[in-house]
Design a protein around this ligand. Structure first.
Ligand SMILES: NC(=O)c1ccc[n+]([C@@H]2O[C@H](COP(=O)([O-])OP(=O)(O)OC[C@H]3O[C@@H](n4cnc5c(N)ncnc54)[C@H](O)[C@@H]3O)[C@@H](O)[C@H]2O)c1
Ligand SMILES: [Zn+2]
Ligand SMILES: [Zn+2]
Length: 364
């Protein structure tokens, strides 16, 4: 039997999102039907709705979610109805060349539900990041459900489903920040603030926060930034110079670009110490181009890395991070700026663009 529920749909670039009736099939083999309880509004949803990811409209937005498994299809043993789960958008396959070589966080063939969710006229929907959780219910691959302690509210737990995990993992996994390292984070929204929290958790000694919006720098300090740089109106070279000044004149060991513009990438590249690491976690627009003297790529050494979902392994990282939160060592609740309804997503995009929120979280 198919469920008819409400979901937030993007029908084309530059068109406001709308609430529509959608049809969610019962789970088939390997699938799970999840009653969504909360779903954060991530900047990637806005990228989708602007057509900056791909043109597969209509999208069913929302992908940073927690909820309760309502039903599972044949052959599903990893989760059962009633389980409280965080949804993840990289359910590893275990069989691709990355998985076989013991690097499942790079899995090149991650799983999603096979059956499409549709509009009532049968038009198939493209769920954002294979999730589509701005909806009362969503259909995912069972591997996209990671069971965690139900004692943490869904509004908080769901944040690990995307932006907060991406930021924490950019520092902890991709950047491999260690005790005593210096770290700079460019862009202190949900992802960047989480990267700062991750750097603190890892024992970084200096954490430099960079943002064009000074309100975000106050937030960054709350999450552990030791230095802040207001970068609005500054050249890339000036920002890089300020990062170097805040790190003993050398540059940071790890610089995390949580914006994804050519300018912020250049700030990261030149704000980094010799043999340091740049981590790109912000998602660039497909039209963006980068120009760099190749001799600087060689001469500065180190590593230029991208961070897909913080190189996380949901089954390893979600329960651990939830534990750290419950012990009071990771303030996940501080990312929630407001809770809203399904009909408020477009307004939340506007607040995001104006920098008014860290995370708006839809509660269902
Ligand atoms: N790699 C991943 O797996 C992954 C996961 C989630 C989100 N993302 C991406 O991370 C990026 C950030 O997402 P978010 O949800 O934190 O967004 P957000 O809108 O909450 O935060 C963006 C921050 O960047 C700041 N900013 C904008 N332009 C800037 C500039 N030129 N210099 C310095 N700061 C600038 C803004 O003031 C804001 O504080 C987005 O591109 C999003 O798509 C990537
Ligand atoms: Zn794989
Ligand atoms: Zn996201």
């Amino acid at each position: 039997m198919t469920s008819t529920v409400h979901g937030v749909i993007a029908r084309g670039p530059h068109r406001p999102v709308e609430l529509a009736e959608i049809l969610v099939p019962d789970p088939g083999p390997g699938e799970a039907l999840v009653a969504v309880q909360a779903c954060g509004v991530c900047h990637t949803d806005l990228h989708y709705r602007q057509g900056a990811i791909n043109d597969d409209f209509p999208f069913l937005l929302g992908h940073e979610a927690a909820g309760v498994v309502e039903a599972v299809g044949p052959g599903v043993s990893e989760v059962a109805p009633g389980d409280f789960v965080i949804l993840n958008w990289r359910a590893v396959c275990g069989e691709c060349r990355a998985c076989r070589r013991g690097r499942p966080w790079y899995c090149f063939a991650t799983h999603n539900a096979r059956q499409p969710m549709t509009l009532t006229d049968g038009t198939p929907l493209s769920p954002a990041l294979g999730i589509g959780a701005f909806a009362d219910k969503t259909l995912v691959a069972a591997g996209q459900c990671t069971k965690v302690s139900a004692e943490v509210p869904a509004t908080v737990a769901g944040l690990l489903g995307c932006g907060v995990m991406a930021g924490l993992g950019a520092a902890l996994n991709t950047g491999a920040v260690g005790r005593g390292d210096s770290v700079a984070v460019i862009g202190c929204g949900g992802v960047g603030a989480a990267a700062i929290a991750g750097a603190r958790l890892a024992g970084a000694c200096r954490i430099v926060a960079v943002d064009v919006d000074e309100r975000k720098l106050l937030v960054a300090k709350e999450f552990g930034a030791t230095h802040t740089i207001a970068s609005s109106g500054r050249t890339n070279e000036e920002v890089a110079e300020e990062i170097r000044a805040a790190t003993g004149g050398f540059g940071a060991d790890v610089v995390i670009d949580a914006v994804g513009l050519p300018d912020t990438y250049l700030q990261a590249f030149y704000g980094r110490d010799l043999a340091g690491t740049v981590v790109l976690v912000g998602v660039p627009n497909p039209s963006a181009r980068l120009e760099l003297p190749l001799i600087d790529v060689f001469g500065r050494g180190g590593a230029l890395k991208s961070s897909w979902y913080g190189d996380c392994l949901p089954s390893r990282d979600f329960p651990t991070l939830i534990d750290l939160h419950r012990q009071g060592r990771l303030p996940l609740d501080r990312f929630v700026s407001e809770t809203i309804g399904l009909g408020d997503v477009e307004a939340a995009f506007s607040k995001m663009r104006h920098g008014d929120v860290l995370r708006s979280v839809v509660v269902l």
